[in-house]
Ligand binder design. Structure first.
Ligand code: 5GP
Ligand code: MN
Length: 321
């Protein structure tokens, strides 16, 4: 597959979906494809399935069209799975993936299982949004589509700071700026601005953090009770793990938040010595070398010890080579 034009030939119905708990890249890349098809292929009927997206992303064009109820039975000519490394990560929309006549996966996760009929997977790409841009015709990208792609790129690159940012990423960002998007507003409103409740729970997470493995690893946890006490939801915890990772001397950061008793969502971030995608895959999760995640069962302390053991193994191997 070289372009959306090629893959959309003869298609009458299309569906798009991304991973559960959609983040900026997932939301941005999915809405980019959705709006691009709607604007340039009016004969194709297209649906977008995602779990509810954070309010800060709702300024994107047609975010109100997102369908979160997957109870209807539908068979689409083509199904796009985006920013998603395996079909389970599609959540309930996975049923449309299974029923579709043809499936396409567009993704940049190292842990991608190439589970679709057509797989457009580039683990070195900054974001799925960058990949979606590559599949579009530049002249057919509207300002609204450019906003979606720009938002996706800034979220997965931490506003162009992570090493996944390439010169190609910057060139694409430049082309998107030329479409007239309000990039300072996108960056500030969706990435840097936090609510008062968010900065307070950030403070709580930082205060509770502890270092392990000769101060090369940092860990913290937020419980359900604390989320209630501070008036926040899991989606408001975005950014805590990156903050932990920024501590001087840290090679790996572990952040846990409680879903329910003995069930935690784990976020992992690393520097140059640890591949956290490998760590996550050991426990059924996935992601990228420097950013990965898992859902794990057990007490927080037990989970921390399991993760530290894997990280320690990697650190020993890397330091001794
Ligand atoms: P985060 O820590 O921000 O939730 O996720 C970091 C990266 O790991 C993202 O690219 C995300 O898609 C991936 N990831 C997070 N949780 C899971 C998971 O449970 N399974 C898999 N396969 N990937 C995950
Ligand atoms: Mn992504």
């Amino acid at each position: 597959m070289n372009s959306l034009k090629e893959i959309l030939k003869g298609v009458k119905t299309a569906a798009i979906s991304g991973h559960v708990r959609p983040d900026g890249d997932c939301t941005g890349s999915c809405l980019a494809t959705y709006n691009y098809i709607k604007e340039n292929y009016p004969d194709i009927s297209v649906d977008l399935y995602l779990e509810p997206v954070p309010n800060i992303f709702k300024f994107l064009k047609n975010s109100g069209d997102i369908i979160s109820d997957c109870s209807q039975d539908k068979v689409y000519d083509i199904f796009f799975a985006q920013d998603c490394s395996d079909s389970e990560r599609l959540g309930e929309a996975g049923k449309y993936f299974c029923a579709a006549k043809k499936t396409v996966c567009i993704d940049h996760h190292k842990s991608n299982l190439e589970f679709a009929d057509v797989n457009y997977i580039f683990p070195d790409a900054s974001s799925t949004s960058e990949l979606v841009y590559n599949l579009m015709e530049e002249s057919k990208i509207s300002k609204a589509v450019a906003e979606c792609i720009y938002l996706g790129i800034i979220h997965d690159t931490g506003v162009f700071q992570y090493s996944c940012t390439s010169s190609k990423t910057m060139q694409i960002a430049g082309k998107l700026m030329d479409k007239g998007i309000d990039y300072p507003a996108i960056v500030n409103d969706t990435f840097f601005t936090k609510t008062y409740e968010q900065i307070r729970i950030f403070g709580q997470a930082m205060l509770k953090s502890q270092r392990y493995l000769n101060d090369t690893c940092i860990y913290t946890v937020i419980t359900k009770d604390e989320m209630e006490q501070f008036g926040v939801l899991p989606k408001h915890l975005e950014g805590i793990v990156s903050q932990l990772r920024s501590v001087k001397g840290i090679e790996a950061a572990i952040f846990l938040y409680q879903n329910e008793k003995d069930n935690y969502k784990v976020s992992l971030r690393s520097g140059n010595l640890v591949d956290v995608s490998e760590v996550a895959q050991k426990f059924g999760g996935g992601g990228h070398a420097k950013a990965a995640g898992i859902t794990m069962h057990g007490e927080a302390g037990q989970i921390r010890e399991l993760l530290l053991k894997e990280i320690q193994l990697q650190l020993e191997n890397r330091i001794h080579v």
